[in-house]
Design a protein around this ligand. Structure first.
Ligand SMILES: *[C@@H]1O[C@H](CO)[C@@H](O)[C@H](O)[C@H]1NC(C)=O
Ligand SMILES: *[C@@H]1O[C@H](CO)[C@@H](O)[C@H](O)[C@H]1NC(C)=O
Ligand SMILES: *[C@@H]1O[C@H](CO)[C@@H](O)[C@H](O)[C@H]1NC(C)=O
Ligand SMILES: *[C@@H]1O[C@H](CO)[C@@H](O)[C@H](O)[C@H]1NC(C)=O
Length: 387
């Protein structure tokens, strides 16, 4: 299965490379990284991914990116080990095995830990990250660069105290393992004066998404705004800690909420221009995210569509592949050649509105209706698969 999948992947990737992407517009691996989470199937079972499947995905990622950052170790209890929880725990080990097999540092990982409100589980989440850092780096030195404490949201004062406490508790472990300590937040601008926190950090991932992500947006102008925000943050953090590494994190969903339809062009353009910006400004940006995450339909119609790749194929046969969205851009190839691509199915649901109910459901932005729409997509998908 591994080889079968590998062949399909390479075929699609090479096709993408040769058709649309010229060498000059390729991402510079030193400055453009990517966020990776394994949850890319059409269901939300976070346990349904093996270490080998994660390796398959990371092998795809390594074609374009070297630096990856993850969001969580998937720890499910105060005693679950890195390989006993959700598949998020596998990324560091999978990357180290790829590096080992290639005998070169193809992938460098910043391992995310997800801020969990249960103290004992959070402690284990961090233990698991450092355990994987140690194991992965003994498989192949340099695979795990750092451990990140992640919270999407604005930190409350209580959460900030917890984060500072967690960082200081783990500083010695990090130093012993020669692993850096980082933080990820969408609220960096509120932290630029927090010297207690900043002193504990080696790096900080600052999220900033463009405010306008529609097909009518001026993509270049949005790149400019996001970039200026990153530069401003680096300058402000620098007054407290000149050697703090500030990493930008941003992305663009290939789904136009206003038109309720897939829209690949703006997304691909944003990735490419942000990549150029990162290279020109010598500022690492981790693009959100490597793969589409279909389960996020429960959060919002555009949420599943942030990936550079999307999983396509036939889940029951195990012959899935990952398709670059730029291959959907004209002129070449206009349509996927493989008979099992899900693009056809999404075309029916989203572009042609063949099931008359789907448009009505899609335009009503409640979580329940999103869920119904998700079920509808799965039903259509299964119908297609059994054709
Ligand atoms: C889009 O923004 C860029 C950069 O700000 C600007 O140079 C360009 O004129 C804008 N394009 C349009 C169509 O407004
Ligand atoms: C950053 O600077 C601080 C002191 O200013 C020093 O202790 C620390 O080792 C430096 N970190 C790196 C990664 O150079
Ligand atoms: C997407 O971009 C291609 C050229 O790269 C263009 O031919 C096509 O019309 C665009 N599609 C949309 C929906 O704008
Ligand atoms: C999907 O895989 C199953 C199991 O291998 C196979 O029976 C079915 O024909 C495949 N469907 C498509 C559309 O390839």
């Amino acid at each position: 299965m591994y080889f079968h999948l590998g062949i399909v992947l390479l075929f699609l990737i090479e096709k993408g490379l040769s058709s649309t992407l010229t060498p000059q517009s390729d991402f510079d691996k030193s400055y453009v990284g990517v966020v990776y989470e394994p949850y890319t199937k059409n269901h939300d079972n976070r346990h349904d991914y093996t270490l080998d499947e994660v390796k398959d995905m990371l092998l795809v990622v390594s074609k374009r990116f070297k630096w990856i950052s993850t969001y969580g170790m998937g720890t499910i209890s105060a005693t679950s080990k890195w390989n006993e929880g959700q598949a998020g725990g596998f990324s560091g080990m999978a990357a180290s095995q790829i590096n080992q097999e290639m005998n070169s540092l193809q992938l460098v990982v910043n391992l995310g830990t997800w801020l969990i409100s249960n103290d004992a589980v959070m402690k284990q989440e961090i233990v698991n990250a450092f355990t994987v850092a140690g194991l992965a780096n003994s498989n192949f030195p340099g695979t795990v660069n750092g451990v990140i404490i992640t919270s999407h949201h604005t930190y409350t004062d209580d959460q900030l105290r917890t984060v500072v406490h967690l960082l200081s508790q783990n500083l010695a472990t990090a130093r012993n393992l020669k692993v850096q300590l980082g933080l990820r937040t969408s609220n960096c601008d509120a932290l630029t004066r927090n010297s207690e926190l900043i002193r504990l950090l080696d790096f900080i991932n600052c999220q900033k998404f463009p405010t306008s992500q529609t097909s009518k947006s001026n993509v270049s102008a949005e790149v400019g705004l996001v970039g200026r925000y990153f530069l401003q943050l680096r300058q402000e953090f620098g007054t407290i800690k000149p050697n703090l590494t500030v990493i930008g994190e941003t992305g663009w969903a290939s789904f136009d909420k206003s038109g309720s339809q897939r829209e690949y062009n703006s997304s691909v353009k944003f990735w490419r221009e942000m990549g150029q910006w990162a290279k020109i400004n010598k500022f690492r940006v981790d693009m959100f995210t490597a793969f589409d995450e279909p389960w996020k339909i429960a959060i919002g119609t555009h949420e599943p569509h942030y990936g550079w790749w999307e999983r396509v194929g036939n889940e029951s046969s195990g012959s899935d592949a990952f398709r670059e969205k730029l291959t959907y851009l004209e002129p070449e190839p206009a349509k996927p050649k493989s008979p099992w691509s899900v693009e056809v199915i999404e075309g029916r649901v989203i572009k042609d509105d063949t099931p008359p109910t789907s448009k009505n459901i899609a335009s009503s932005p409640t979580i329940l209706s999103e869920f119904v729409r998700f079920l509808l997509m799965i039903t259509l998908y299964q119908k297609f698969v059994t054709l």
